[in-house]
Design a protein around this ligand. Structure first.
Ligand code: F0G
Length: 468
């Protein structure tokens, strides 16, 4: 058995179904039907795991913990370790790069900056392709193998593409990715090229790429791996399980994530909810989503909701007004029409969280602070710490509460941004209310530019002294 393609254990949740989340429809479909939205009403689908068929929570918790010491490829994966809660049979051809197992760091400088006593950062950038996407791609590409797909495809702002390209290569599937031309970090693009994907640079933005992807949905040999695909969400939900295990099953008060296409927030919401329903926790963390000001359709919708609709299990709005020309230097979340907004909004309402925006300046400074904790992340991830700071000021998060921010991408995903910030050359290209082009400089409050130092000991010591 190769490391990349292992077999699952027979105890996994094969009695699962795909169910439409629209309450008035709630249609159920077989687990091996190749569908992405409800064929009856067009609503989003999610996987329903028959929790009642599983062993007791305490038994499973012990089993999961024991697996961490095993060398079985499925046990070494931080996703497949939780396979009882995944919708696959024992003979599924698991495609893994040993994703998950990411660190939960204490971040004292970031905590102080945000106004908290303590803050923990769950670094999903420590995955095999350096972003959180890998935990969902292992399950989506495994499903692609099961369905006999020839080609896997996605639209992407860079990370989904890099991740899918890698997992497709492991599974020996063709991979095609649709990227908005000129709007992707070169580091992410380089990964996709290296993993052998067919890279299609589209003259348009991410939302245009996503529209094109949905046109491919009826080609049987093609499998779509964007987070509209509920099998992506199944892998990503295990991050909630891993996080709870790392917290010794003590539930944090708040979990804060960036918001782009909204798969991550949807997945965490599902993961925590399953743990609650399974009795492994007795309350839910508040899930809050932070968007960049110029790309914030869901935050706008949330801000406009009447108080009577900001309650658990409220009826969800039918649509979200898209942002036609999304803008942010955090290119990973430059998205105007998020596909998974309904599931994400449901998770926030269900857990009494918030959805807010942060400015380009706030993202940049929060990112630098996360770096000063010795951790680092890509710009989109830093919306979390910037957002927590705002939520503390607004009294929505209290100083002594336990807070986890999910960092979604590694600092080396966007080195140009880092360099421009520290050298003082970062600028945000936007438009004024009158429609005129405008370049807004980002003033690096925590700048750390390199300096030219003469090649002798005295000059180096002087330089050190001046920076104490
Ligand atoms: N952070 C990073 C680093 C991302 O790459 C993304 C999304 C997000 C946050 C937002 O997560 O979409 O689940 O709400 N990147 C996608 C991509 C869109 O194509 O790589 P989300």
């Amino acid at each position: 058995m190769s490391d990349a393609i292992a077999k699952t254990a027979p105890e996994s949740g094969s009695a699962a179904v795909q169910r439409c989340i629209v309450p008035a429809c709630a249609a159920a479909f077989g687990i091996r039907e190749q569908i992405y939205v409800c064929p009856r009403c067009g609503g989003p689908l999610e996987i329903e795991i028959p929790l009642a068929l599983l062993k007791s929570g305490a038994d499973l918790r012990e089993r999961w913990q024991a697996r961490a010491a095993s060398h079985d490829p499925r046990d070494r994966s931080g996703v497949w370790r939780y396979r009882e809660l995944l919708p696959f049979d024992g003979d599924a051809p698991v495609v893994t790069l040993f994703e998950g197992n990411t660190p939960l760091y204490d971040a004292p400088r970031s905590a102080k900056y945000a106004g908290l006593t303590a803050l923990r950062l769950k670094h999903q950038g420590c995955n095999p392709t350096a972003s959180f996407k890998d935990t969902g791609m292992t399950t989506a590409v495994t499903q692609a193998k099961l369905l006999g797909a020839r080609t896997v495809v996605c639209a992407s702002t860079g990370n989904t593409a890099a991740s899918l390209a890698a997992y497709a290569a492991r599974a020996e599937l063709q991979c095609a990715i649709l990227l908005p031309q000129g709007q992707i970090s070169p580091a992410k693009l380089a990964q996709s090229m290296d993993y052998g994907a067919v890279v299609c640079e589209i003259a348009g933005n991410f939302d245009d790429c996503m529209r094109l992807i949905s046109e491919l949905a009826d080609v049987p040999s093609i499998y779509i791996a964007n987070s509209i695909n509920p099998f992506r969400i199944e892998g990503q939900k295990t991050v909630a399980f891993e996080l709870l295990a790392q917290c010794d099953w003590r539930v944090p008060d708040h979990v804060v994530v960036p918001g782009g296409n909204m798969g991550n927030s949807s997945a965490l919401g599902k993961g925590f909810d399953e743990m609650l329903r399974f009795g492994l926790i007795d309350r839910l963390p508040k899930i809050s989503i932070v968007q960049a000001e110029g790309s914030a359709p869901l935050a706008h919708l949330f801000a406009a909701l009447p108080a009577s609709e900001i309650v658990a299990d409220a009826a969800l709005p039918d649509e979200v007004a898209p942002v036609a020309d999304p803008r942010t230097l955090a290119t990973a979340i430059k998205i105007g029409a998020p596909v998974s907004w309904k599931k994400a909004l449901r998770a926030v309402l269900h857990t009494h969280g918030n959805i807010i925006t942060v400015s380009e300046q706030e993202i940049a400074d929060a990112k630098a602070i996360i770096g000063r904790d010795g951790i680092g992340c890509e710009p989109a991830s830093a919306t979390t710490v910037a957002g927590i700071r705002k939520l503390v000021v607004a009294g929505k998060i209290h100083t002594g509460e336990s807070v986890v921010a999910v960092l979604t991408g590694h600092v080396l995903k966007d080195p140009d941004y880092v360099s421009h910030y520290h050298r003082g050359t970062l600028a945000f290209e936007t438009v004024t209310e009158q429609g005129a082009a405008q370049s807004v400089p980002i003033v690096g409050a925590f700048r750390n530019a390199p300096e030219k130092v003469a090649a002798n000991k005295a000059a180096i010591l002087k330089s050190l002294e001046s920076r104490r």
